[in-house]
Design a protein around this ligand. Structure first.
Ligand SMILES: Nc1ncnc2c1ncn2[C@@H]1O[C@H](COP(=O)(O)OP(=O)(O)OP(=O)(O)O)[C@@H](O)[C@H]1O
Ligand SMILES: *[C@@H]1O[C@H](CO)[C@@H](O)[C@H](O)[C@H]1NC(C)=O
Ligand SMILES: *[C@@H]1O[C@H](CO)[C@@H](O)[C@H](O)[C@H]1NC(C)=O
Ligand SMILES: [Mg+2]
Length: 367
């Protein structure tokens, strides 16, 4: 080999090696980098906890919130004193809700789903990942979940001031925080949360809008709870109970005609009923007597609005000055409860109507 050939060989092989090294570096770098999605909070996964699970038990948990880094079943058992009944704050149709304090003193709501409401492991995890990514000031944040064997547990932010159901029906304080303007603001905020869910690229239909699913934070701002649950469990949960009866009054007429397919317009109907409940302090599942006839809350409101008897419907507890939007409020509610789904407004339209009402009442409209 002459000098020239050797030089060419050396140059060729060294540049090939350089290329290979470069290639490896690039590949490593690209694979390491995770896509940075802005509205997706960091998540931590922890897979089987050997201390806690038998070998045949599938365990997975995830947190969507940086304030709680990891939620293992062991942690949850500690935080809820082994799901102690003293810590129960709610007993709904999907399971019990506990108030729990995590090790870092963050207070959360822990919802342990009933076993008969169960869903496959992967399916549940996938759905919780979707719900955990949602972010809106008027929906309750899901902070994480935990699957351990046959247990399905959801971890939510804890809201200090209970539910609308509590303030409307379970307490009768002299100075109720539910003044007329507060009720209008709560209505508008629930509408915004619902419009957000309906406006997602893959819309979420709540299917169980009712006063116990509207929670209030320490500033009395409304947050919608339990979105995404009814769809998974609805069909299997039709056993007779007061819970179901309570939900009855919110169901749109098309449900009675056997058309139980979930639609955004069914949510609009339930929202309209919620508006009526909030202004009248009447439970939607109880009949109202009008002209010696028993009718449902929605039917009653339609009759009363037709006859311009707005103020007769109002809860005495919310003292209203002269004309503070009461008539318009009931008209909006009656639009939402139209029999024909096509005549019901969308939630975006409802938000606009309610924001106009807030302006009219000089209630600040939040951005
Ligand atoms: N994140 C939370 N923060 C504070 N309290 C909560 C939270 N979630 C639920 N609760 C309390 O638990 C109560 C019951 O909630 P739960 O969802 O279990 O039952 P429900 O709303 O009556 O029925 P359903 O299961 O049909 O929604 C609520 O009204 C509220 O008082
Ligand atoms: C928790 O409660 C269950 C039954 O309610 C019981 O079997 C279990 O031993 C308890 N665990 C602890 C750690 O106390
Ligand atoms: C709501 O909760 C906060 C904090 O717990 C409390 O200070 C406030 O008084 C409550 N609001 C009402 C109207 O009860
Ligand atoms: Mg609920």
């Amino acid at each position: 080999m002459d000098y020239k050939t050797t030089a060419i060989l050396v140059a060729a092989s060294s540049s090939t090696i350089m290329l290979i090294i470069l290639f490896i570096l690039v590949v490593t770098f690209v694979c390491r980098r995770r896509p940075a999605i802005k509205d997706q909070p960091p998540r931590n996964h922890n897979f089987p906890d050997p201390d806690l699970t038998s070998s045949d038990m599938v365990t997975e948990s995830a947190s969507f919130d940086p304030s709680i880094c990891e939620i293992s079943m062991a942690e949850l058992i500690k935080a809820t004193k082994n799901f102690s009944s003293d810590l129960i704050v709610g007993d709904g149709s999907f399971g019990l809700v506990y108030r729990a304090q995590l090790f870092n003193s963050v207070v959360v709501a822990v919802k342990k789903l009933d076993h008969d409401a169960l869903q496959g492991f992967r399916e549940f995890a996938a759905e919780m990942e979707t719900l955990g990514r949602l972010n809106h000031p008027n929906i309750v944040r899901i902070l994480g979940y935990c699957i351990s064997g046959s247990d399905r547990i959801l971890i939510y932010e804890f809201l200090e001031n209970s539910s609308l159901d509590y303030w409307l029906h379970e307490t009768h304080e002299e100075n109720s925080p539910l003044t007329w303007s507060t009720r209008v603001i709560v209505t508008r905020d629930v509408a915004k949360g619902l419009a957000y869910l309906h406006g997602l690229p893959k819309p979420i239909i709540h299917r169980d809008i009712k006063s116990s699913n509207v929670l209030l934070d320490s500033n009395f701002v409304a947050h919608i709870a339990d979105f995404g649950l009814a769809r998974r469990m609805g069909a299997s949960r039709s056993h007779v109970s007061t819970q179901v009866a309570g939900t009855m009054g919110y169901m749109p007429p098309e449900y009675w005609e056997g058309n139980t397919a979930a639609t955004v317009k069914a949510d609009v109907y339930s929202f309209g009923v919620l508006m009526l409940e909030l202004a009248t302090r009447r439970r939607p599942n109880l009949p109202v007597v009008v002209d010696d006839k028993e009718v449902g809350l929605a039917q009653w409101a339609v009759i009363m609005v037709e006859q311009n008897r707005f103020y007769e419907m109002l809860d005495f507890g919310c003292v209203v000055g002269s004309d503070k939007g009461v008539e318009e409020y009931f008209r909006i509610a009656c639009l939402c409860i139209k029999e024909s789904t096509r005549e019901r407004p969308t939630m975006n339209q409802v938000v606009e109507l309610l924001e106009d009402l807030c302006r009219f009442m000089y209630v600040p409209v939040t951005p």
